[in-house]
Design a protein around this ligand. Structure first.
Ligand code: NAI
Ligand code: PYR
Ligand code: MG
Length: 559
């Protein structure tokens, strides 16, 4: 039984507070004590009855964007009911509050705007960062987690300026619904540095800073001001970075990861969930991890983050770093990454192939480079991963070519939203006669092929970041270490049973809360082993479960 919450607010101020409001679930005593008599219809409903009604209203919405707006308005009115509804219908609502629908909401942010949510920081007013955080009127130990984006690389749909704040809100919705993070202890932040999208700059309704993106020293100084201020004012908070474009994502992570508790979801979260999927798929394939040949299509933040995580697991299993690096062939816009290429980024260089080894290959790509299909022909990969944002890039020809050389091709089209997915599971199963082991970044329905129903696991960082956040909070970790990420991946893979033909490579979305408990428990253990934990609970799993926020009303009393 919960203790009473107390409030000095009365009447309509309570109904306007999404954290306190229970609507018609206020009891007769609460109505009396809080000055609500006459301000609500007379019936008193339970939260279960409210969920039933809200679910019907959700179903009545004409399309997915309307469903998104409906849920956003519900959250703005009654936060606990919103999280209860989403938690109880997680597999149906995740595609609405998260990818793919959230991509649509971000594109239409200024048109469907119904009110503020989160913290809006502007590069034109870096001194305003502290004031904005002060205006929240929360104490320094009351924030555990801040998700920030600058909106430049939203999913696979590019620069959407201030609308990017919805991805920070969406990630936090998943943290809360799937990871039991307390919604009153988190902040979504947009770092508004402008936008380069003409259609936004020309739109009179656009509500972000109306100028091109600021780059260079001013940008770096703004990021630094945000990190310094957030870390000083909320020293316990993990700083999560989301959907930064590649030239900024990795430098920001590298600048701060050894100084504060920080995490880049697109690099590290994606790496961890991909390792989990690969570990499950490798078990199903019967071929040990270090004997696989892996082609990654789209060698940006996510692609190289995945390579690093799988490479580290190979090193853990006994391969040298150099030998493990040789297991990967990374393809980007200009073809296979090769050592003498101009424009190779530092983070791509360790995986570039030598000129010597590709001497005899067909240089059939643009500018004499080596094309994706030539890579597939020559490498005969056993694992193919897509992080390119190019919808349909895994063509029938590519997949049939790959499947000709391997019994169980492991194929992971990771790009989001659904329109950016490199392939559709039904096609992959047709082209490989049902042999492919598949997981996708976006949600797909099960596919029936030759009488077998294939469950398609959602290889999305949503399987790991809620548990990583929860574990970091429970251990009060000073840093997010590589071991914590690997522990997260192993925890997810440990929950997968590949017993039947067509089994999913990941647990079902319905089990996200259980997955988060397991991930968080492993993350706390790893944080303790790595010496970064400030708290060492004796029963870790119990501590994790106890720390999880539940979407339940607490009795409220006026004082
Ligand atoms: N499933 C998941 O959990 C996650 C999926 N993603 C998805 O991965 C995709 C990429 O994200 P990031 O790596 O952060 O972006 P990024 O911009 O850092 O990387 C994309 C890379 O693909 C390359 N590329 C673009 N067109 C190409 C083409 N025609 N051929 C080969 N390469 C091409 C780009 O040059 C770039 O290097 C996005 O669609 C995103 O939604 C990202 C993070 C998590
Ligand atoms: C899932 C995710 O983080 C992305 O697509 O960017
Ligand atoms: Mg992302």
């Amino acid at each position: 039984m919960y203790e009473h919450l107390e409030t000095t607010l009365r009447g309509r101020s309570i109904l306007k507070s999404p954290k306190l409001n229970k609507g018609v679930a206020f009891s007769i005593e609460e109505r009396q004590s809080l000055g609500l008599n006459g301000l609500l219809p007379p019936a008193v409903l339970t939260i279960e009855e409210q969920v039933t009604r809200s679910y019907k209203q959700f179903k009545d919405q004409p399309d997915d964007l309307s469903k998104y707006v409906y849920l956003s308005l519900l959250r703005a009115r009654n936060e606990i009911l919103f999280y209860r509804l989403v938690s109880e219908h997680i597999s149906e609502m995740l595609p609405i509050v998260y990818t793919p629908t959230i991509g649509l909401a971000i594109q239409r942010y200024s048109q469907v705007y119904r009110g503020p949510h989160g913290v809006y920081l502007s590069i034109d007013d870096p001194d305003g960062i502290e004031e904005a955080f002060r205006n929240l009127r929360v104490d320094s130990d009351e924030i555990d987690l801040i998700v920030a984006t600058d909106g430049e690389r939203i999913l696979g749909i590019g620069d959407w300026g201030i609308g990017g704040i919805d991805i920070a809100i969406g990630k936090l919705t998943v943290y809360i619904a799937a990871g039991g993070i307390d919604p009153s202890r988190v902040l979504p932040v947009i770092l508004d540095v402008g936008t380069n999208r003409e259609s936004l700059l020309d739109n009179p309704l656009y509500i972000g800073r109306r100028h091109p993106r600021v780059r260079g020293e001013r940008y770096d100084a703004f990021i630094d001001a945000y990190v310094t201020t957030a870390n000083r004012m909320f020293p316990n908070a993990m700083l999560h970075w989301e959907d930064f474009a590649q030239p900024n994502a990795r430098p920001i992570l590298e600048r701060y990861q050894n100084k504060i508790c920080t995490f880049n979801d697109d690099i590290q979260g994606t790496g961890a969930v991909s390792l989990a999927v690969v570990l499950s798929a490798v078990r199903a394939s019967g071929i040990p991890l270090d004997q696989h040949r892996i082609v990654v299509f789209g060698a940006g933040s996510a692609g190289i983050g995945i390579v690093e995580q799988i490479r580290d697991a190979m090193v853990h299993n006994g391969l040298s770093k150099e030998d493990a690096n040789r297991k990967f062939w990374c393809v980007d816009k200009f073809g296979l990454l090769i050592e003498n290429m101009e424009n190779l980024a530092d983070f791509q260089r360790p995986y570039a192939r030598t000129i010597h080894e590709i001497k005899e290959w067909d240089h059939n790509g643009s500018d004499g480079n080596i094309s994706f299909d030539e890579v597939i022909r020559q490498v005969q990969p056993t694992i193919l991963i897509g992080t390119s944002t190019v919808g349909g890039a895994f063509t029938e020809e590519i997949i049939r070519q790959m499947a000709a050389h391997v019994d169980r091709p492991i194929i992971l089209p990771m790009s989001n939203p659904t329109t950016s997915s490199e392939a559709i599971p039904a096609d992959l199963l047709t082209w490989t006669d049902g042999r492919a082991l598949i997981a996708t970044g976006s949600p797909f329905e099960p596919v029936t092929h030759n009488g077998v129903t294939y469950e398609i696991g959602q290889a999305n960082n949503a399987f790991v970041f809620p548990g990583i956040g929860l574990g970091t909070i429970v251990s009060r970790a000073e840093r997010v270490t590589d071991k914590m990420l690997e522990a997260a991946a192993e925890a997810v893979a440990g929950m997968v049973e590949i017993s039947e033909p067509g089994s999913s490579l990941l647990p079902p979305v319905e089990q996200l809360r259980e997955v988060s408990v397991s991930v968080a428990t492993s993350v706390v253990q790893a944080a303790i082993i790595d010496g970064v934990a400030r708290k060492h609970p004796s029963d870790i799993e119990q501590a994790v479960k106890q720390a999880m926020w539940q979407p339940e009303y607490r009795p409220l009393r006026g004082v």
